[in-house]
Write a protein that binds this ligand. Sequence first.
Ligand SMILES: [Mn+2]
Length: 252
Amino acid sequence: MQTIATQSDRLYVLGDLFEVWIGDDCVNLTDGSATLYLDVIALFKNYADNQGELFFIHGNRDFLLSKDFEAATGGQLLEEPTFLSLAGQKVAIMHGDSLCTDDVSYQEFRTMVRNPHWQSEFLSLTIEKRLEVAMGLRQQSQQAQSEKTSEIMDVNSQQVVTFLEQHDIDTLIHGHTHRQASHTVQLNDRKAQRVVLSDWGKQGFYLSIDESTADEQIGNKAQNQTKHQTQNQTKNQAMTKAPLDISAIYFD
Ligand SMILES: [Mn+2]
């Protein structure tokens, strides 16, 4: 946050920033865990105050991030999916777990915990009780994961194609699966990109998107076409968009 993020105008966190978030009042926990939360919040607040625009998407571990967190960080929680226009491309961002439709039991769990009634009931419990429930759910989830194949826990490829077609997406960016890659997805009449974020383990990871370079690329391409091609050809060629200038970067 103090070095890399200072080179950016906008910052998007695509979910699971925290291992567990049992409600915005967890910053009041007295077991020592609040220190980390408060340190992280202060770094983001500094970014939002002095550097750029800040956005968050819920993950499956921190789906209870809410208004107080927004106020404390100066960031804005986004709906899933969120559509962005970057360098002439339609980009979709999401956490990614909603695409893992082969994992039926996980999807049932997701539906349950994303339900506003479940959430308000959970949040009405004491902070200690919530910790207990969260711990129990985490154990259940780890147990369930150990019994599932890795294919089941990845995105469903048909689900990806349907999503990209339905919303006319050029580039989809998501995390959750921990399978960092950039995939070319063949759609009916065009190709799209699906870029997957890495997990945060021993190394940190982020994607950097340079819009100015992408603008130049598209600009240059259009100029060359005007020189060498008829107007109709230029029109057709313009339909094929240059890929976004995305760098995937690991750091220690
Ligand atoms: Mn996740």
